[in-house]
Design a protein around this ligand. Sequence first.
Ligand SMILES: [Ca+2]
Ligand SMILES: [Ca+2]
Length: 210
Amino acid sequence: MHQFQICPVLIVAMICLTLCHSVMMETLPLCIGIQGMQESQGSPGKVGQKEAKEDSGAPFDMSRVLALEKQLAALQQSLTFYTNVLQFLGSICKDGNKTFITAGKTANFSSAKSECSLAGYQLSAPKTEAENMVMQRIVKKYDKDAWLAISDEKMEGTFVYLDDKPISYSNWNPGEPNGEHQAEDCVVMQTTGKWNDSICTEKGLVICET
Ligand SMILES: [Ca+2]
Ligand SMILES: [Ca+2]
């Protein structure tokens, strides 16, 4: 009885071992194969696909490139034209990399800062004599005192830019800043190009820079 019971068990065990061996032999190379494929078809594979796409893409259209170049030249011409118009109208003045812009509006110091900021610019602060002269052209054109991005609101008598750094250039009127009535904490440029400390809540021309 034992022999008859053991034999089927042995037979089944042998079959299992044979099958398992076959499966392992088939599976193992398959797994390695997949890994190998993954490695060999990683990023270089994608490049290969891209290159194949480029190769099989639409043929290079020189006429389209020429048409785009023509459109770009026309846009540049328009941009130069409108920039010149704005400069002629006194709304925009350039000095080197800095451009001063105004819409001719007046506002108090706080609103002037906000208006420039909302437009993606900042309130003007000339930092050289040349920049001061360029900004003065706009001030003279509109004949209104214009705010500078300078104040001594935080410490009386210490004038700083909006980032709290001390000013590196100034063009004060004689006798200024005088902090009159202890309420003059903001600064305007007058039509002469000279500066005066003034009351922040008064209205001044808004000139932004970029
Ligand atoms: Ca002051
Ligand atoms: Ca003053």
